[in-house]
Design a protein around this ligand. Structure first.
Ligand code: HEM
Length: 198
């Protein structure tokens, strides 16, 4: 059977290829820190990729479907696409944050900066500190503002039409806030070790 025909098969194929290339190109031994860094970036890409999909594709697309009176509407997206996208979105956010916190300990503890020093924006860790705060605020927005309100919008938890409209508005603004924050957040993520662009 062709593994590329299923999502699980494709994920497994990618992981095997990654491990094979890692062994072939590496040679300095197994590094939990670098594996964690890889996990952090891959989960961050999944999270922020879906955030961008919501903001530049799904939300404007559903708005267009709502005003297109003779069109097919957005019910299919709300029923089959949005719940799947939100599942990957919210759990990718958790994996990104956990692997990020672990990375703080791995990368900066030997330099005298653990989680507390980074979050206190201590000298030497200020850039990654600001990036971590932005990432953690975004995680809060996902779990406290976006997901509970999306559950009402999608009918996963019961809500009146008025409650759904209010929930849609909160979820939209929280998602747009995360979209905005993602740009400086990523600048800080890469800026700590590779320098800021300005
Ligand atoms: C949620 C809270 C987050 C925390 C606590 C966190 C923490 C960290 C830490 C400690 C580093 C290592 C910095 C270094 O070695 O110089 C890092 C790097 C990085 N993070 Fe995050 N991060 C978070 C969210 C994110 C998100 C959402 C993304 C989205 C893609 C992301 C992408 C990256 C990238 C691309 C790097 C650069 C790796 C490198 O230059 O080696 N992070 N992050």
């Amino acid at each position: 059977m062709n593994p590329l025909k299923t999502v699980n098969g494709a994920i497994l194929t990618g992981l095997l290829l990654m491990a094979a290339l890692g062994f072939a190109l590496g040679g300095s031994g197994f590094s939990v820190q670098n594996l964690d860094r890889w996990l952090h970036i891959i989960s961050g890409v999944a999270w922020i990729g879906l955030l961008y999909y919501f903001n530049v594709v799904q939300i404007p697309g559903l708005a267009a479907a709502g005003t297109d009176k003779g069109g097919p509407g957005g019910a299919g997206i709300s029923k089959y696409i949005a719940p799947r996208a939100l599942l990957w979105f919210r759990w990718a956010a958790v994996v990104t944050a956990l692997s990020g916190v672990l990375l703080i300990e791995f990368a900066f503890r030997p330099l005298g900066g653990g989680l507390m020093q980074v979050l206190a924006l201590q000298e030497g860790f200020r850039v990654i500190g600001v990036g971590s705060w932005l990432g953690l605020i975004m995680l809060f927005n996902v779990w406290v503002l976006i997901w509970p309100n999306q559950k009402k919008v999608l009918g996963i938890t019961p809500a009146t039409d008025e409650q759904k409209a209010a929930a849609r508005n909160v979820a939209l603004l929280a998602s747009r806030t995360n979209f905005v924050l993602s740009l400086p957040m990523l600048m800080c993520m890469t800026g700590q070790s590779h320098g800021l662009p300005f």
